[in-house]
Design a protein around this ligand. Structure first.
Ligand SMILES: [Zn+2]
Length: 444
């Protein structure tokens, strides 16, 4: 990609602050009771309409929009209905009135997501129930003091809970960030911090996700191979440990291993993604769209791929990178069997080396997909498919993360042999030698 462009990077980071206030638990108990009541009322007022199959043209292809006759639920959304609901819930509300509005909004978002899943065949025709204990606040209930780094949450008229993020481990990294709507849990408050900034994009890197490596291609750097073996061997070790604990019926120990594995995985992903975003500054990261359902659905993915997909936390890697850089997703279709030079799609995928029967182009199969993912992005942006991959295809950069050490190790090929190098390329400091934060924000 030539030149640079400006893009807006929106970031949200969740941090949690412990609270020990019995009023929070009381509020949550009330909130959940009223939330379930709101869901009940909305559920009772759903209108079921018939919809029939429809065929639409999309991108020159015929697509069946609704597969067969289907009863579609329509949620009640009229003003009058919402007012009646609000009045009903306000009847025995000891809390600030805005809490009822917060409940109603949460009820609608739960119902909307149920409706979407239902229409895709992923949820049954069963009224959603609330199981997790939480209360989602509304911005109208909050007062944020950015000077003092304090949030005041209205509970009852004239009664408040205060939380401060002034002396937390994450305080420093949130200068200039805005506070979003907090979520109350029994023992902690989750605060989303948001930032919007304009960043300069100068380069693109496309990632192909494989079991043992992330294989990247960037016209500015060449091929980048990120070694995921330490992560896999760690996970295999824990799988064994968990199996043993399970067979002996040691539930506590099993749970301990589950937690440890999760922490080590998070640690790995944090180190990896901060390393990558520092290595590739001002870069858009392009990934294949790894829709969760597609990963486990039997139709789309072969069995082997499904199994390794279960082990490799790509979705978490993507998510973590998206917190630090701009990411774009493209469809994974045919990326491992298209010739990047002439666009020919081969039928079979055999051998280590891809060879195009039409133009003779050859490339290591492992690298092929990343080039094609890159090209998909370029085409999506409207650039023509005229590109000479050969120039940068000679270079390869190896990146690894050691689980025991503090900082990732970088590898670059030197005369055919791979040698560990100091994390420094062209005078650029790629990785800090300082220890990485190993704590990650908690999501509810
Ligand atoms: Zn070709």
């Amino acid at each position: 990609m030539q030149g640079s462009s400006l893009k807006t990077l929106k970031q949200v980071r969740m941090y949690s602050i412990p609270v020990g206030d019995p009023r929070v638990s009381e509020l949550i108990t009330w909130y959940l009771r009223v939330l379930q009541r709101a869901i009940d009322v909305i559920w009772e007022n759903i209108e079921w309409r018939y919809k029939f199959p429809r065929i639409e043209r999309r991108k020159g292809r015929q697509v069946v929009v609704i597969p067969g006759k289907l009863k579609v639920p329509e949620l009640p959304k009229s003003r009058a209905f919402k007012k009646r609901l609000r009045d009903k819930l306000l009847l025995d509300c000891p809390y600030a009135r805005h809490w009822v509005d917060a409940v109603i909004r949460t009820a609608y978002s739960i119902m909307e997501s149920w409706r979407k899943r239902y229409l895709k065949g992923r949820a049954r025709k069963v009224k959603p129930g609330v199981r997790r204990r939480f209360a989602r606040c509304k911005i109208t209930l909050m007062k944020v003091d950015y000077e003092e780094k304090k949030i005041r949450i209205a509970v009852k008229p004239g009664e408040y809970i205060e939380v401060s993020w002034s002396s937390r481990w994450f305080t420093k990294r949130l200068e200039g960030w805005r506070v979003g709507e907090v979520i109350l849990k029994d023992d902690r408050i989750l605060i989303p911090f948001k930032s919007t900034r304009v960043i300069e994009v100068r380069d693109v890197v496309a990632w192909d996700s494989n079991e043992l490596s992330l294989d990247g291609f960037s016209p500015g750097v060449g091929f980048i191979r990120v070694d995921l073996k330490p992560l896999q061997s760690m996970k295999i070790t824990y799988e064994r440990k968990k199996r043993v604990a399970q067979s002996k019926g040691l539930k506590d120990i099993y749970e301990k291993y589950v937690a440890r594995e999760r922490n080590r995985e998070r640690d790995f992903i944090n180190k990896l993604t901060s390393g990558l975003t520092r290595l590739l500054l001002n870069t858009i990261h392009v990934f294949e769209n790894l829709d969760k359902e597609d990963l486990v659905s039997k139709k789309r993915v072969e069995k082997v791929r499904r199994k390794r997909n279960a082990r490799t936390p790509w979705i978490n890697i993507q998510k973590k990178i998206s917190e630090k850089a701009i990411i774009i997703k493209v469809s994974p279709e045919n990326t491992s069997r298209t010739c990047p030079r002439c666009g020919y799609v081969v039928k079979t995928r055999v051998g280590r080396v891809f060879k195009c029967p039409r133009c003779g182009f050859e490339l290591d199969r492992q690298k092929l997909a990343s080039v094609n993912i890159y090209l998909k992005y370029i085409k999506m942006r409207g650039f023509p498919h005229s590109y000479e991959p050969e120039r940068t295809m000679m270079e390869e950069l190896w990146v690894g993360v050691t689980l025991s050490g503090w900082s990732p190790v970088m590898w670059i090929p030197m005369k055919g042999i791979l040698r560990a190098v100091k994390p420094r390329v062209e005078g650029l400091v790629l990785f800090d030698t300082k220890p990485y934060e190993t704590r990650t924000p908690q999501y509810n």
